[in-house]
Ligand binder design. Structure first.
Ligand SMILES: [Zn+2]
Ligand SMILES: [Zn+2]
Length: 317
């Protein structure tokens, strides 16, 4: 959460595209149609009232897209028996030992564990049963402590190289201490409560949510259109950046809208092929002391028809 301003990824690609578009003029002139005077992208005198109305409608659209999301509020482990937590020793089915990394053979660290039935009401995951678990290998370069694990496919949603993402039945689960010969687990952070907030779609999800953006790189303008609120207005690209209209929140969170670093990467269920639902966002060095690549953000997804199909993918800039 401390590297918000360093997050290149999505922003950089858009800015590069825009800047690239502004320098294609073979004569090196500013990116303005020849013969036109300076454009007024400020909204001050050119269609100001229309733009104000368009802004109001765009805000109406953004508000209509809001989804509830919840930030975990954590406490030190202490004597807590709460299942939902970050880090610590995992809860495992009877007779199972701590899962190991397919690549380096070390025990995987429990990153996130959520008791699905106890999640906040209003979230679709609240209808689910079982315990969601994300295990990941600390041996990769991300931890900064090891470099002995050469698995590089951890970012792929269904790769099992260096991780295990699953839902296990709650019945019969017990907390299991890791192998005493291995590295001790991270100190657990118990999720004591959830703090609700409203989240808005990341620009990568704007189109699917109904906002069409048509960029004109020559004039450095963007046409913003939302049919449901009846808006179609052209703005200067720096006058109303789409991320100002709606943007998903970074950090660890339940539900809401995913904050993408690259494109929108909703996995498809390996059984039915349907788009999976992102239910939990795991950010770098928020509640888990681990960096996914260069300040990457990960997402745990579940299929609504096949609750046993769980994916965890991440991307960095
Ligand atoms: Zn490993
Ligand atoms: Zn499915």
């Amino acid at each position: 959460m401390t590297q918000q301003n360093d997050r290149g990824g999505w922003w950089d690609r858009l800015r590069a595209k825009l800047n690239g578009g502004s320098t294609v003029d073979p004569e090196g002139n500013a990116a303005r149609p020849r013969g036109e005077g300076p454009r007024d992208d400020t909204g001050g005198t050119d269609g100001g009232a229309d733009k104000a109305e368009a802004r109001r409608k765009l805000e109406e659209w953004a508000a209509s897209c809001e989804r509830p999301a919840w930030r975990p509020v954590v406490a030190d482990d202490g004597e807590s028996t709460a299942i939902s937590r970050f880090g610590g020793a995992p809860w495992l089915p009877d007779g199972e030992s701590v899962p190991r990394c397919e690549t380096c053979g070390r025990e995987l660290q429990l990153f996130v564990q959520l008791e699905l039935s106890s999640l906040p009401a209003g979230n679709s995951t609240a209808k689910r049963e079982g315990v969601l678990q994300l295990f990941y290998c600390r041996g990769g370069t991300g931890s900064g402590k090891h470099d002995e694990c050469w698995g590089e496919g951890g970012w792929e949603p269904f790769s099992t190289e260096v991780k295990l993402a699953r839902v296990v039945p709650e019945t019969g689960l017990g907390q299991v201490s890791p192998d005493s010969g291995g590295e001790p687990p991270w100190p657990a952070k118990v999720i004591a409560s959830w703090e609700r907030f409203v989240d808005r779609p990341h620009p990568e999800d704007h189109a699917a949510a109904g906002l069409r953006t048509t960029y004109d790189f020559q004039s450095r303008t963007v046409l913003l259109e939302v049919d449901v609120v009846g808006v179609a207005e052209r703005f200067g690209i720096d006058e109303l950046p789409v991320e100002q209209i709606a943007m998903a929140v970074e950090g660890d969170k339940l539900a809401g809208w995913p904050c993408w670093i690259q494109g929108a990467e909703y996995p498809c269920c390996s059984v039915c092929g349907d788009t999976m639902e992102v239910i939990f966002q795991v950010d770098s060095v928020d509640h888990v002391p681990y960096m996914f690549g260069d300040a990457g953000i990960g997402h745990i997804s579940i299929c609504n028809s096949h609750p046993d199909v769980v994916a965890f993918g991440w991307a960095c800039g």
